[in-house]
Design a protein around this ligand. Sequence first.
Ligand code: HSE
Length: 315
Amino acid sequence: MNEILLRAPATIANFGPGFDVFALALAGPHDSFRITRREAGGGVGRIIVKITDGGDPLPTEPEKNTAGLAAIHFFQETGVRGGVEIEIIKKMPIASGLGSSAASAVAAVFGLNQLYGTGLGDTEIIEIASCGEVASGGTPHADNVTACCLGGFVIIRSRHPLRIDRLDAPEIPIVVRVRRKSLTTSRGLIPDHLPLARVKEQMAWCAAVVHAMATRDLSRIGEAINRDHISEPVRSSYIGGYAGLKARALEAGALGFNVSGGGSSVFAICPPEKVRWVSEVMNAPLESDAAAEGAPPLVIVTKSSNVGVERIMGC
Ligand code: HSE
């Protein structure tokens, strides 16, 4: 096989209280990728990144692009002498906390593994793709990458060594309000320490997410993702009008509401019959929108998905 066409889904990392631990794959949006074998250059692997569609500029230098950096790590880790051209057909909003950079990293490694027949397992693909994430966020976290690779609801049980649990998610209707943040995440502002009382609450909320997911209880899932002491207080402080929007979404029937990954997108979980009302509330302008970078806010109605990165075509 010389060329493979893939698609990789958006993901919601943290999923409420699970900072760097939980993530959920979405049924959309997706990015698509055309990955083509090329001859090796002078180094271990020659890597070309091209971006089509998508209005936002992204770097194409391999070291600065998550797909390119993941490909560099692939060639280093496997010792394969070869090259690759990665065309990213961009549909997902970038730098918005929806895992667009993780999708590129996963697609690159998944595609290279297929093209070069390197036989990497899921854990190895995720490890290598997580290194690609450094090109966008500075830290090789594995939450978005894992959900994008495996689909469903994932738990990063240990980072070194990487240990993952995955549950099939029930069908969870989700409304996402997409809003761009600056290209680096605000991870540096997350506190290093929490008082014990908060740690206990956080543990209870995380346990509640896992229990609700395992029992496939939509209303409990919403309730459990609605609270967080780690990411939400920091990230929401950069989303002017966040508290009011959350309150209005919950009044309109959302079961839970939180920041998606590193923000500035936010998401709400709804019963199916409330999706329309919650979307209308989330479409309303926020005081912070005028100051934010990128396109105006966009509301996407989607749902959870148990499908991760997948091959659409290969020849
Ligand atoms: N867990 C990461 C964070 C996800 O919160 O920074 C980034 O999308």
